[in-house]
Design a protein around this ligand. Structure first.
Ligand code: DLL
Length: 442
């Protein structure tokens, strides 16, 4: 697609950086990257130490591919430098702090200067606009507010775009439904599984989720599939687009999907330089189109510059379409640390979602239980999945057999499928936990 047609497919005024050529973008990336590595080296002792140990210096970065010479940054680095060791500015210049929940260890803390917050809001605004949201629209923001970057990040972006923001946060689903009915928002921002919870609760109240005022949903913070998009768009009668991001790199809005193409999120490459590496041999940087682990380097951040951050998210880079200069990312198929290795076969929850949603008797509500039955050393996977409301017990057991076979064919794992009553599995309030690992520890 040429730049002119890309701009013509949208009625919105785009940022200049959204319409520049790839050459211009890469020149901008190089100068920003050179600045960022020098800035990080000069201001953050951890980067100085790591660069020195690796025998690289910021002046070695002469072209974009030189980035591969620099060491990676991991979540562990942020944890070791807890809380503020990786900040590149004095605390008095830090305008806001966010943190990850720290369910798997110490929280990771991230900080923003005033300029970082303005850039973040601009990129979320850009993402929302790409997904169909326009100034003047009412936006129901159901991402959690607080230390999680979702709520406040999405909020600031919607405000910057010129929307009327309804800051409901996550949870209190009944209240969400009342406000959707009374305030008549045009767009909803939520995790895909929480939107499903809302739709489900509407149906229980006798409200048709397709009858609301909602026309756009901008969904992220957890993996979701094309099948889930189809499910949500159908039951809610809206357009659902992806938004991607992570706290360590910024928060939501690192990448956003265009509603006219719905073909994956465009990474806003004027602010972030992405790479894909082999998750098992990180020295190998893979080419566009090849699947691997996503790595980001920030290009403009002041409080927390981040160099080659290993996201653990598995995806691939694709050429830009609706925003030609900005590469897209394929769907996140999963996280390398969410991968179940079952008798030598790798499996991520999205694979189950994809297969299950093609079976009409089965709902998108499922969880994966890993056990090691007594006396054996064999891991056992049980897929617990709710049947759809109108399905009979016989229909459900036939569907269970189909799911089991399909998982065997497409994933290569043998598992048990347990089709359960509608409404019996835990519902999402935000990021949904899919995996329940009940294997003995150690
Ligand atoms: O989840 C930021 C965010 C908030 C993104 C709201 C989008 C919307 P963290 O809590 O740091 O930040 O979690 C980041 O969530 O590494 C991915 O594994 C996952 N993730 C985020 N967006 C997507 C997405 C926020 N669109 C981690 N698709 C990331 C798949 C996603 N996974």
């Amino acid at each position: 697609m040429t730049q002119e047609t890309a701009a013509a497919t949208t009625d919105a005024v785009l940022d200049r950086e959204e319409t520049i050529s790839r050459d211009e973008l890469e020149a901008l990336q190089l100068s920003r990257l050179q600045h960022t590595v020098a800035y990080a080296y000069d201001r953050v002792p951890l980067y100085k130490r790591k660069f020195d140990e690796a025998g690289v210096h910021p002046t070695d970065l002469r072209e974009l591919s030189d980035l591969a010479k620099f060491p990676f940054t991991t979540k562990e680095d942020l944890r070791l430098e807890y809380p503020f060791g990786m900040f590149a500015v004095p605390q008095s210049e830090v305008a806001r702090i966010h943190a990850s929940s720290g369910t798997t260890g110490r929280a990771t803390v991230v900080g923003y200067t005033k300029k970082d917050l303005a850039d973040w809001a601009k990129l979320v605004a850009r993402s929302l606009r790409a997904s169909g949201v326009r100034p003047g629209m009412k936006v129901h923001n159901a991402y959690g507010y607080g230390l999680f970057t979702g709520g406040m990040g999405a909020h600031a972006g919607a405000e910057a775009l010129g929307c009327t923001v309804i800051p409901i946060s996550g949870g209190q689903t009944e209240r969400q439904i009342t406000l959707i009915q009374d305030f008549k928002p045009d767009a909803i921002l939520a995790t895909p599984t929480y939107l499903l919870t809302i739709a489900d609760a509407m149906i229980k109240q006798g409200i048709d989720p397709a009858s609301t005022s909602l026309k756009y949903a901008v969904l992220g913070a957890e993996p979701w599939t094309e099948e889930m998009r189809h499910e949500l768009e159908t039951i809610m009668n809206l357009k659902a687009c992806d938004i991607y991001g992570l706290s360590e790199v910024m928060g939501p809005g690192v990448a956003g999907e265009a509603v006219e193409t719905q073909d994956g999120s465009h990474i806003w490459e004027d602010h972030f330089r992405p790479e894909i590496i082999d998750a098992f041999d990180p020295t190998v940087v893979l080419g566009d189109g090849e699947p691997g682990e996503l790595v980001f380097t920030s290009l403009t951040k002041e409080a927390l510059p981040i160099i080659r951050y290993r996201t653990k998210d598995l995806t691939r880079l694709l050429p830009g379409t609706a925003r030609p200069a900005h590469r897209r990312m394929g769907r996140i198929t999963g996280r390398s640390d969410d991968m179940i290795i079952l008798r030598g076969v790798n499996l991520v929850p999205s694979q189950i979602e994809e297969i299950a949603l093609r079976i009409p008797e089965l709902s998108p509500h499922f969880q994966l239980e890993l056990t090691r039955p007594g006396g054996t050393r064999m891991d056992q996977l049980t897929v617990k999945i709710e049947r759809r409301d109108a399905v009979t017990i016989e229909g459900a057991s036939a569907a269970a057999r189909v799911l089991q076979q399909q998982i065997k064919i497409h994933v290569g794992s043998s598992c048990t499928v347990d089709v359960v009553e509608p409404g019996s599995l835990e519902r999402s309030n935000g990021k949904l936990r899919r995996i329940y690992d009940m294997r003995p520890k150690g």
